[in-house]
Design a protein. Structure first.
Length: 281
């Protein structure tokens, strides 16, 4: 491919916008890390792979895996890749979005929660910043979470900045979108999960909960758990906090006014991951 003004290039570039993603049911995966992970872990979602000759040599394992899987690999000039996406770094994939309804996605999530060990789910309630959303998905993956839910008016998970910020974790952990927070909480609680809201004014201190985890405390971090994280600017409204079984604060021992959303979420998810160690076979 040599023409940066071709209709195909314009169609791919349009996927940086939400309306085109919604209309076509497709999204962009930009850069070698994200493309490597979708080729490895979500092969069936890949529609096309675009790569420059230089990148094909540098990332020959990506191209080789894609061709072995029977994916469409298109060699293109640097100008074509740049026109498709300035963040492609010579490697770009077009992938399918999940066309299922929120109810179907939630049902699938619940059906596949583990039974031999405590489940861990991160729920983002009206998280608007794409960098924060992507970082929480990456942190949830690293902490061993079983799923992430973006509820309410949260950012589109297929926003290119969200996809890049996950560093490939979007293709490791199930991500559910579109369900309301109330629907999500109801489904997870019915599946036996303790629902905890993270908030700076929470009644329960996270460190105190870790101290008694596994002792059948009223709020026991050793239980299967869903963490609810609020908006970057205003946190969780009272109505959202009321949906949770308990509201938990991350202790701040220094002079920082607060933690940003992604940092607080990482701390909470790792606290649960630690409490879950050794629970189950």
């Amino acid at each position: 491919m040599t023409n940066p003004r071709s209709d195909r290039v314009k169609a791919v570039r349009s996927l940086s916008g939400r309306s085109a993603r919604s209309r076509h049911g497709q999204f962009l995966v930009e850069g070698p890390q994200g493309v490597r992970e979708i080729v490895r872990h979500a092969t069936s979602r890949v529609l096309d792979l675009y790569v420059t000759s230089t990148a094909a040599t540098r990332y020959d394992e990506i191209v080789g895996a894609a061709r072995t899987a029977g994916l469409h690999v298109h060699l293109a000039t640097p100008e074509v890749l740049e026109a498709m996406s300035p963040d492609a770094q010579g490697v770009l994939a077009v992938a399918r979005t999940d066309g299922r309804s929120p109810a179907e996605q939630l049902a699938e999530l619940v059906a596949h929660l583990p039974v031999s060990r405590p489940a861990l789910v991160a729920v983002l309630a009206t998280v608007r910043d794409p960098g924060n959303a992507g970082t929480v998905i990456r942190a949830a993956d690293a902490a061993g979470a079983d799923a992430v839910v973006l509820s309410g008016e949260s950012v589109d998970v297929h926003n290119p900045k969200v996809v890049r910020s996950t560093a490939g974790s979007l293709f490791h952990v199930p991500v559910v979108t579109g369900a309301t927070l109330a629907e999500t909480v109801d489904a997870l609680r019915a599946a036996g999960l303790l629902v905890l809201a993270a908030d700076g004014d929470g009644r329960h201190d996270l460190d105190d909960l870790l101290d008694v985890a596994g002792s059948d405390a009223v709020v026991d971090l050793a239980r299967p758990t869903a963490w609810v994280f609020g908006n970057e600017a205003w946190g969780l409204p009272a109505a959202d906090r009321a949906l949770a079984d308990a509201v938990v604060r991350v202790p701040i021992r220094g002079r920082a006014e607060s933690l940003n959303l992604a940092t607080a979420a990482t701390v909470c998810l790792y606290a649960s991951s630690r409490a879950h160690r050794g629970v189950g076979p």
